[in-house]
Write a protein that binds this ligand. Structure first.
Ligand SMILES: [Zn+2]
Length: 302
């Protein structure tokens, strides 16, 4: 019976992997530093070795596919990564093709923000019909959108790059290759620079120690403006809000939400929008990747 999923989340710090069943029950769950994969010469060989104990335990015929979640720009078909900033040697290779050849079953891949949003929709038990937006304020400003329970990836596969919307009369140089992106003002990276260069405090304490400072509030305000922009265009039924910055001690949630609303039209969506806090589940990435694979299973034969 091919009813189990091998699932791998390749994060900036940790690589989490395991076995997940059809009803999304996590049967195996492990993690290790992502640096091991980053250093590995042959990524396919490394991942196959990592997963081999599961394949031995359950039998190759027990698995219907392998599914991956990672922070990267990728092509529309979700086979090739263009830009995986955290892991060396992943760009412009097809991890999907490599794993399919090695393992002998289909492989799926999706951006981490998209699998995170799929997980949150499932976990919160909300009706997945309509549009649900996800804003994940971490090192960067992550964004995702689900329409009727499926991630929206756009025409070329590059939808929902909210962090890279242009800001009028601002020309800061962004890591994405263009200038003036809002992420330069609205991200954990900006907070980290303030913590290090101006306040000399650990970033984890910046809201507790300096939350009332104008430049710290300006970062939160920029995140709110980006979020309000997305809500203005989409009128989603809710926004799932997560990421390391939001989870930090004393993050000014009330100020953030008030600023979003102040920048929305009256009466709607100002009155209709609501925020759903993301869970902090370590298994979110591998389960979300399985939901994505279940949505896409019909696309591949095995
Ligand atoms: Zn950019």
């Amino acid at each position: 019976m091919r009813n189990l999923f091998l699932s791998v989340e390749i994060g900036g710090t940790n690589l989490r992997y395991g076995v997940v069943g059809q009803t999304l029950q996590v049967m195996e769950f492990e993690k290790e530093p992502s640096s091991f994969l980053s250093e590995a010469e042959d990524k396919g060989e490394y991942l196959e070795k990592l997963l081999q104990p599961f394949i031995d335990r359950y039998g190759r015929e027990a698995f219907c596919c392998i599914t991956l979640s990672l922070a990267s720009l990728m092509n529309r078909e979700r086979t090739v990564n263009y830009n995986s900033p955290n892991i060396k040697g992943l760009d412009h290779i097809s991890l999907v093709d490599i794993l399919e050849k090695r393992l002998g079953f289909p492989a799926f891949m999706e951006r981490d923000v998209n699998t995170a949003l799929l997980y949150e929709i499932w976990k919160s038990g909300m009706d997945s019909r309509g549009i649900v937006a996800g804003v994940f304020i971490g090192t960067g400003l992550g964004n995702a959108m689900c329409i009727d329970g499926k991630v929206y990836i756009g025409n070329s596969g590059s939808a929902c790059e909210l962090g890279h919307i242009p800001v009028l009369d601002f020309d800061g140089e962004c890591g994405c290759g263009k200038n003036g992106c809002i992420e330069l003002k609205a991200s954990g990276k900006t907070l980290a620079a303030l913590a290090k260069n101006k306040y000399g405090c650990p970033i984890e304490e910046i809201f507790s120690l300096h939350g009332e400072e104008e430049d710290v509030k300006a970062v939160v305000r920029a995140c709110a403006i980006a979020t309000a922009t997305e809500i203005t265009i989409l009128d989603p039924k809710c926004v799932v809000l997560g990421g390391g910055v939001v989870e930090m001690k004393d993050f000014p949630m009330e100020y953030f939400q008030r600023t979003v609303r102040e920048n929305l039209r009256i009466p709607y969506p100002r009155e209709s929008i609501y925020f759903v806090p993301a869970h902090k589940d370590p298994q979110a990435g591998i389960v979300g990747a399985v939901i994505n694979a279940q949505n896409r299973m019909g696309e591949k034969e095995y």
